[in-house]
Design a protein around this ligand. Structure first.
Ligand SMILES: [Zn+2]
Length: 120
C-alpha cells in the first residue's frame, strides 16, 4: 500500500483540495520512463494528476536522484557549470530547475511567513 499522506488533491473545485490525510487519494497508474511516477486519483472529484504536480519536478524528465543531486549542488554553492559537470546534465537543465525550485521556495516562504506571529 502506498503512503499518500503527504499528498493532496490539486483541483481547486474539489472540497478536499489542499487537505492531506483524508484518504481520498489512490494510485491509479504509473507513467514516465520506467513507469516510476505515480498517477494519483481523487475519489471525491474524480480528478487524476501526477504525484509531482505542485512541485518543481512536475514535467521534468530527470530522475528524482538526479534532480535532488542537482539541487544539492546548487545549495552547496556550486555554480551552473560545476553543477552541470558534476551531475551530468545540460546547463539549461540546471538553470530551469534552479528557477522552478526558487519560485517554489519563494511561494512557500511567502505563504508561511505571512502567518508567522509578530515579534514584540
Ligand atoms: Zn479532488
Amino acid at each position: 500500500m502506498d503512503d499518500l499522506s503527504r499528498f493532496c488533491c490539486h483541483n481547486f473545485n474539489c472540497p478536499d483540495c489542499g487537505q492531506r490525510g483524508l484518504e481520498n487519494l489512490t494510485v491509479c497508474g504509473h507513467f514516465g520512463k520506467d513507469n516510476r511516477i505515480r498517477l494519483l486519483y481523487c475519489r471525491t472529484c474524480k480528478a487524476r494528476f501526477s504525484e509531482r504536480k505542485g512541485t518543481p519536478l512536475f514535467n521534468t524528465k530527470l530522475s528524482d536522484e538526479k534532480s535532488l543531486s542537482l539541487l544539492d549542488h546548487l545549495r552547496e554553492g556550486c555554480g551552473v557549470r560545476q553543477t552541470r559537470r558534476l551531475v551530468g546534465v545540460h546547463r539549461d537543465t540546471v538553470t530551469r530547475l534552479a528557477r522552478l525550485a526558487g519560485d517554489h521556495a519563494k511561494t512557500l516562504h511567502d505563504e508561511r511567513v505571512a502567518f508567522s506571529p509578530s515579534h514584540r
